[in-house]
Design a protein around this ligand. Structure first.
Ligand code: FPP
Length: 254
């Protein structure tokens, strides 16, 4: 379809953004940014070069999401399982937030981006945590897109923590087991004040959730692409939103 329109009108006149329904932009988009290592390998580069290039894609896609009017963008930057990677790679990944924020915070402030973190702070190196907390504090009053880094995040851990808190409420006599509702779970998840993602994107051709937002993605639309994260562009992002707009969300109804 896009090709046919391009043939009819010429490449420059068919901008993907113009073909999107601005009244139906997903409020919350979550992304599993995968394929940094394979992208690097395919170019004969070390894996770290892939992660570094992936960091550039974070900026590009944040700006693209902001242009579309997306309210929440949640990016899976480091999972609770990623500690199993070689020490040098973990150390490199843990330096990316501070490098990213040192170079991009000014632009993000101008766009009124609010930075948040979703994950377990306790295991993060001090330098990583400091950079992230500093950015969270500086952007706390911004009223633009909410950019959440899932950092040392794992959905099963998140759910176990929520169940523990509910168990504590039961033990304290605040709740009986029969009264437990979805809303109790929701309020104890790390996303308590954030709507569930409308759209999940995963790059690099892998078709799995990898312990990412398992509760919150229950009714999300999913869009997968073979493109590796470092080469994921605004056009790819808009293509995902266009596909989202073609789908009818029924939430289990008819
Ligand atoms: C998965 O690709 C990617 C990661 C584990 C890291 C993602 C991190 C970034 C994109 C940069 C984050 C930037 C900031 C600012 C926090 P992979 O390494 O598993 O790729 P592979 O499957 O091809 O090996």
């Amino acid at each position: 379809m896009l090709q046919r329109l391009r043939a009819l009108f010429g490449k420059a006149s068919v901008k993907p953004l113009q073909m999107l329904d601005t009244d139906n932009i997903p409020q919350h988009i979550a992304i599993i940014m995968d394929g940094n290592g394979r992208w690097a390998k395919s170019r004969g580069l070390p894996r770290m070069a892939g992660h570094h290039s992936g960091m550039k894609a974070v900026k590009r896609i944040t700006m693209a999401a902001d242009r579309l009017g997306v309210k929440y963008l949640t990016l899976y930057a480091f999972s609770t399982e990623n500690w199993k990677r070689p020490k040098a790679e973990v150390e490199f990944l843990m330096k990316l937030p501070q490098e990213f924020l040192a170079s991009e915070l000014k632009d993000l402030m101008e766009k009124r981006v609010q930075i948040r973190m979703m994950g377990y702070k306790g295991d993060l190196p001090d330098h990583t945590l400091k950079a992230v907390e500093d950015a969270i504090a500086k952007t706390a009053n911004n009223d633009g897109i909410v950019l959440t880094f899932a950092l040392n995040y794992g959905s099963r851990k998140e759910m176990i923590e929520a169940v523990r808190s509910i168990g504590q409420d039961v033990q304290d006599g605040k709740l009986s087991p029969g009264q437990i509702e979805e809303s109790h779970m929701q309020q104890y998840l790390l996303t308590a004040d954030v709507p569930d993602p409308d759209l999940l994107i995963r790059t690099s051709g892998e078709l799995r959730l990898s312990n990412f937002m398992l509760w919150q993605l229950a009714y999300s639309e999913m869009w997968f692409t073979d493109v590796y994260w470092p080469e994921f562009t605004e056009e790819h992002f808009n293509e995902a939103v266009r596909e989202y707009q073609r789908r009818a969300r029924r939430y289990g109804g008819l």
